[in-house]
Design a binder for this molecule. Structure first.
Ligand SMILES: Cc1ncc(COP(=O)(O)O)c(C=O)c1O
Length: 352
């Protein structure tokens, strides 16, 4: 082809989002922080009973009512999207345009740079601390009059570390109220550290704070795509204004409602995953890994310059993990994967 359509240069320079690798039959897919438990029968029933030839109810009213009751806010304070990443995209589009800046910690969730670039805004990445945590004072220092938004990820994907309550309160008191703060809590249900920030307790306390949560991880609905934000009505209205209409399917809305109704059973699964996570972390520590204490459903292996090799070695031993820059993220998966994983990491640690 000789001629090409003229595209936005900042879009042409983006490397499209790369999903965690799929696994061969006999390998464990631990590359996407998915929930290994099968869906509840009641979720499958709700999905099967959803209409397919009709459009969904676009505002997800019934689900928003349930979430509003749960967080003790009005339904206008809730925005539901096709995954929490969709709601994040809506908020970024609403707040940041070309010339504006969005501050976030790096390394963090792979989608942040893509979503910021898509909005035409400029990403300002603040390096994690040497112990793989957000450096909140440095993030505050990175705020300029061009900053429209700061994203805080706790637990942080991929390092599995949290921000403490005290750190977050200090941070909020230093951020100008004209700057949107999104606290991305995709993995909050897996947190066991009592000092970690809990966004739910802060709702309504700030005019510029939004929390982001999802049904993809603890609730095991990743394939249905449903997540949400809670925050002041004017911010949720702005997200609604930039949303692609009717993108949350009826199946997803119904499955999310059923999941809220069966929460104790799902949270019991989270406890089992957390026990597995602790066993993995203890095993890694005994092998000499300096992995930060994990608080999400995944662990971080700091492999530095050996990251790609480490990823390949793990794959050769039946563990499909996610090599990311200077470390490998491994999701907590099936019970049977733990032994295979620890046998493989014992080999990897030897090459570091
Ligand atoms: C930190 C973080 N936020 C948000 C998401 C998006 O999740 P979803 O769009 O499935 O709700 C993910 C998914 O991996 C994540 O790791």
């Amino acid at each position: 082809m000789s001629s090409r359509v003229r595209l936005r240069p900042e879009i042409e320079s983006i490397v499209p989002y790369r999903q965690g690798r799929t696994a061969a039959e006999d390998a464990f897919k631990l590359s996407s922080n998915e929930n290994p438990f099968p869906p509840l029968p009641s979720v499958l029933e709700a999905v099967a009973g959803s209409s397919v030839n009709r459009y969904p109810e676009g505002s997800a009213a019934a689900l928003r009512d349930r979430l509003a009751a749960r967080y003790r806010v009005s339904p206008e304070w809730v925005q539901v999207g096709a995954g929490s990443v969709s709601v994040l995209a809506q908020l970024i589009s609403a707040a940041a345009a070309p010339g504006d800046e969005v501050v976030y910690s790096w390394r963090s969730f792979e989608a942040y740079p893509l979503l910021v670039a898509t909005a035409g805004a400029t990403a300002v990445q603040v390096p994690n601390t040497p112990d793989h945590r957000h450096d909140l004072p440095a993030m505050v220092a990175a705020i300029t009059e061009r900053t429209r938004m700061v994203i805080v990820c706790s637990p942080n994907n991929p390092t599995s570390t949290t921000v403490t309550k005290t750190e977050f309160l200090e941070f909020m008191s230093a951020v100008p109220e004209s700057c949107l703060v999104v606290l991305d809590e995709a993995y909050v249900e897996f947190v066991t550290d009592p000092d970690a920030v809990d966004g739910a307790a802060l709702i309504g306390g700030y005019p510029n704070l939004v929390i982001l949560r999802t049904f993809s991880k603890a609730y095991g609905l990743a394939g249905l795509r449903v997540g949400y934000a809670i925050g002041p009505e004017y911010l949720m209205d702005a997200a609604r204004a930039t949303a692609i209409p009717l993108s949350v399917t009826e199946a997803a809305q119904r499955a999310a409602i059923v999941s809220l109704e069966h929460e104790p059973e799902l949270l019991e699964r989270v406890e089992r995953l957390n026990e597995r996570r602790e066993a993995i972390w203890a095993g890694l520590t005994a092998q000499g890994w300096a992995s930060p204490r994990p608080q999400g459903n995944f662990v971080w292996l700091p492999t530095g310059a050996q990251t790609m090799r480490a990823g390949e070695l793990l794959a050769a031993r039946g563990i499909i993990a996610r090599p990311l820059g200077d470390g490998v993220r491994v999701s907590v998966g099936e019970a049977e994967s733990v032994e295979t994983l620890l046998a493989a990491t014992a080999e990897v640690v030897a090459i570091l």
